[in-house]
Structures are given as structure tokens and as C-alpha cells.
Design a protein around this ligand. Structure first.
Ligand code: PLP
Length: 472
């Protein structure tokens, strides 16, 4: 891979993109990204990194579009598969029989534990979430669903109703009826609600957007027991925890517990072509419901021929390279390293947690999330704080990352935390005053203040020290 960009974007082109993005998509989004130094223009996307088309700077991609690039950015095996597939396929007519669909569904079922053998092809994570909930409701004939606070399952109908953050939901009330929100890892709360009206319990084995909260083994085992006692469908959202992210192919394998239904998306197609899937156990009443209602969940973009060809290649790549083993190995070193950084900076870092290469740092205060994203970006590390918990920075680098890259990443994070301490010298005394801390934590205040800082910085940019280059 060459270090020189074949096409470099000049400032005018960047300004035009910003202006037109603002005009036709959203000014709010432009300001939001800029305030945390997330206004990059991805150019060369390769392995664990991408280059910014404007500055040419290379960044470690620690966001991976919230877990879409497990097999690495621009993975040549997957890109070549899509290129070749375009000779023979288009999306295909949805719902009809096809070799591409069958090949993918067969492979997916063979890689899922137990009797998770039956597949519903979907278009995205939110779509798959809706499919899973509809299946549980239809098969049980019950209406209510238990979900967890801070969870993220998507932004549409059923998935939004299952979402654990009020901010996303309150503009659209009333949402779907019968959704009950409980604290994550709180088994007693589930016991209190469990009964003949509950169709399903939906949760992520590790909450991603919620701020990297790992479910305990007792919790997951307890949920299985409650579901068995009450005829409730246990549904795992494996959109982020699937495809090797946590150190096993599926997050559920960390617990040795089989859900009745799981759904997934994102890295299902290596970040190259959208796809999604619900996988459910070959048991009544799930199978009988689907046989009686084969069109209970369908869309033109669900399980396209192109998507299925790409997803089959992703599964082959993961299995041939056992990439999840790498996630477990380098993930352990990464988490240990982050813990060392955390212990050395107790005024800034509250906790480090995660599984495999799904790791989060929780900061002391929410406002540190946006500031830290900025400090990290200056060190060539592109990391994003959690949507449902801004005080938590997620690190979800592609799971193909080498040990050498992880060591380099840790050095850069250490340098970013050092820079952050300078800000904190001024901000920490102020943050102790609750009124000021509320202001600092307020996303609107952050957007105005940090954009102002960026304006000043752009002005004096030439005087600032240059970023470290990320080696290819
Ligand atoms: C755990 C989880 N579930 C569901 C979704 C929704 O997926 P999509 O964006 O493909 O609709 C996401 C997306 O961030 C997610 O992280």
C-alpha cells in the first residue's frame, strides 16, 4: 500500500462538501462531527486504518462504523468477491429461491451453535431486530417485550421501541406498546416482570452504544432459566458482538447459553454491502409460525443475492483465518494496556471494560468523551464516544489488528491522555461545581464551545506540532 494518496482533496473541495452536506443533509451533523474532531474524509481504507483525504493523515479506525469492519477496512478477499459477483448478480428479486441465498443461509446456520438452524434474511440491524421481535410475538401470541436500559437496537419501529435511550424515543411517542425497560445485569427486575404476557427478552450480550457493558454469566444463565420457566423467547442482539468481535465467533459463546432467536448485521458483510439476518432455533412454535406465515418479515433489501455472496465470503474469511482467536489474543493485551493507562490516570479514567476487541474506557465525566475524541484524533486514533453513554469511549478496531499495531495504539492513547491532562488542569476544578459540570456535559454547549476552539486552531494550525504519522 502506498503512503501517497492517489487523489487528494483540496480545502475548497472539503468546504464544498461541508456546505452541501449542511445544505442537503444536516448542518447539525457537520457541527457535531467537527466539535469532536470527527470531521474526517475517508480516502484510503486499508486494514486497521484510513487516511483523511484533506490532510493525508492516517488514523487507526477504532470505531469501525460501530463494529462494521471486523475483517478490516477494504479487505481484498471481500472486495474481490463483490467485484466478481457483479459480473453475474444484481440484488436479485426478493423472496424468490436463489443459490446465493441458500449458500449463505446454510453456511450461517452451520456456524451457529445448537439448533439455531433457521434463517430470516434481513436488510440491516434494525430490520433484523424487528424481524426477531415479530417472530417472538407471532410465535408466542403474546404482546410484551423486556429490553434493557441504555441498549441500542436501531432507529425504527420495533427497534426504536426496544432502544434504551429516551432521547431517541421521546420525539416519536407513542411508540410500540408493551415494551418494558430494565437495568442491564439486573435479574431480579426481569423476574418481577416475567409472566404469560411477555413474548421476549431482547439484549446485547455486551452493550455497545450503551457504553460497553458486559453481561455477567449468572445474568445470562438466569435469563435462560426465566425464559424456560415462562415460555419466553430469549433474543440476543449480535449485531456488534457477532463475527468474532468478543473473541469467539458469537458473543453468546462466551456464556454457553443458547438463545431462542438471535439477530445480526454490520460485519455480516465486512462493511462492503448491507445485509442482516435473524437466526432462530428449529423448535415449535418458532418453525410452525414461520411455515404458516412465510412472508411475516420481508423487504426488497433483505438477503439480496449480492449481499449473500459477500456475506458468504466474510464467513469463509473468518473461519479460514480464525480471526476471533486474534481478537481474543490482541484484545487481552489491549485491555491490559488500557487498564495500565487508566490506573495511572485515576482523575480522568473511571473504568476499563470489555471482551475481546470490544473495549470501552469510561471517563469520570461526560464532557471528557468529546475532548478525548479530539486528543486521540491528534494522535492518529479515530475513536468515538458511545451514543447512549457519552462518557464511554469505544475501542472497536478491526479484529485483524496485529499485536504491533495494538502496542502502537496504546502509545498513542497514552500520549492523548497526557494532552488531555492539560485540559483537565483547567476543567476539573470547574467540573466540581455541578452547575458548570452540567453545562460542560451539555451536548449543545460542547458543540458551540468546541467548534469555537476548532476555529481558533484552524487559524493557528501552522504553529501547532504535526501529528505522528501512522506507519503502514
Ligand atoms: C447492537 C446493535 N443492534 C442494532 C443496531 C442497528 O443496526 P443498523 O444500523 O444496521 O440498523 C446497531 C447499530 O449500531 C447495534 O449496534
Amino acid at each position: 500500500m502506498s503512503d501517497t494518496l492517489s487523489v487528494r482533496m483540496d480545502k475548497k473541495e472539503r468546504d464544498d462538501i461541508q456546505r452541501l452536506f449542511g445544505k442537503h443533509i444536516s448542518w447539525g451533523q457537520v457541527r457535531y462531527l467537527r466539535c469532536a474532531h470527527l470531521d474526517v474524509y475517508e480516502r484510503i481504507r486499508k486494514g486497521t486504518t484510513f487516511n483523511d483525504a484533506v490532510t493525508g493523515d492516517r488514523f487507526y479506525d477504532c470505531f469501525s462504523s460501530a463494529g462494521c469492519f471486523n475483517v478490516g477496512r477494504g479487505n481484498t478477499a471481500i472486495m474481490d468477491t463483490l467485484r466478481d459477483a457483479l459480473d453475474d448478480y444484481d440484488m436479485g428479486t426478493h423472496g424468490i429461491l436463489s443459490g446465493a441465498k441458500v449458500a449463505f443461509a446454510t453456511k450461517l446456520a452451520s456456524l451457529c451453535p445448537g439448533d439455531l438452524n433457521k434463517v430470516v434474511l434481513c436488510a440491516s440491524g434494525a430490520d433484523a431486530c424487528a424481524g426477531a421481535i415479530k417472530l417472538a410475538k407471532g410465535a408466542t401470541g403474546r404482546n410484551d417485550v423486556i429490553t434493557t436500559k441504555k441498549a441500542y437496537h436501531g432507529h425504527e419501529g420495533f427497534s426504536l421501541s426496544a432502544n434504551g435511550k429516551d432521547y431517541y424515543k421521546e420525539l416519536f411517542l407513542p411508540l410500540m406498546p408493551g415494551f418494558h425497560m430494565v437495568d442491564f445485569n439486573d435479574l431480579e427486575a426481569v423476574k418481577r416482570l416475567a409472566g404469560k404476557n411477555i413474548a421476549a427478552i431482547v439484549l446485547e450480550p455486551v452493550q455497545g452504544e450503551g457504553g460497553i457493558h458486559v453481561a455477567t454469566k449468572e445474568y445470562i444463565k438466569g435469563l435462560r432459566q426465566i425464559c424456560d420457566e415462562h415460555g419466553i423467547m430469549l433474543i440476543f442482539d449480535e449485531v456488534q458482538t457477532g463475527f468474532g468481535r468478543t473473541g469467539t465467533l458469537w458473543g453468546m459463546e462466551q456464556y454457553g447459553v443458547l438463545p431462542d432467536i438471535m439477530f445480526t448485521a454490520k460485519s455480516i458483510s465486512g462493511g462492503v454491502y448491507p445485509n442482516g439476518a435473524v437466526v432462530y432455533r428449529e423448535i415449535a412454535p418458532l418453525t410452525s409460525y414461520v411455515e404458516a406465515n412465510p412472508l411475516f418479515h420481508t423487504s426488497h433489501g433483505g438477503g439480496t443475492d449480492l449481499g449473500c455472496v459477500v456475506s458468504s465470503a466474510v464467513l469463509d474469511y473468518l473461519v479460514e483465518n480464525k480471526v476471533w482467536e486474534n481478537a481474543a489474543k490482541v484484545g487481552k493485551r489491549f485491555k491490559d494496556g488500557l487498564n495500565e493507562i487508566g490506573k495511572a490516570n485515576p482523575d480522568c479514567v473511571k473504568e476499563v471494560r470489555g471482551l475481546g476487541l470490544m473495549i470501552g474506557i469510561e471517563y469520570k465525566y461526560e464532557f471528557i468523551g468529546a475532548l478525548m475524541a479530539d486528543c486521540l484524533a491528534r494522535q492518529g486514533v479515530w475513536a468515538v464516544f458511545s451514543g447512549n453513554a457519552p462518557q464511554v469511549m469505544r475501542f472497536q478496531i478491526p479484529i485483524t489488528a496485529s499485536m504491533e499495531e495494538v502496542e502502537d495504539l496504546l502509545r498513542r492513547i497514552q500520549a492523548a491522555v497526557k494532552a488531555m491532562r492539560l485540559y483537565l488542569i483547567f476543567l476539573m476544578p470547574l467540573a466540581r461545581i455541578s452547575f458548570i459540570r452540567n453545562l460542560l456535559d451539555n451536548v449543545h454547549v460542547q458543540i458551540v464551545a468546541f467548534n469555537l476552539i476548532r476555529d481558533v486552531e484552524d487559524f493557528v494550525r501552522g504553529l501547532l506540532p504535526k501529528k505522528q504519522e501512522v506507519k503502514s
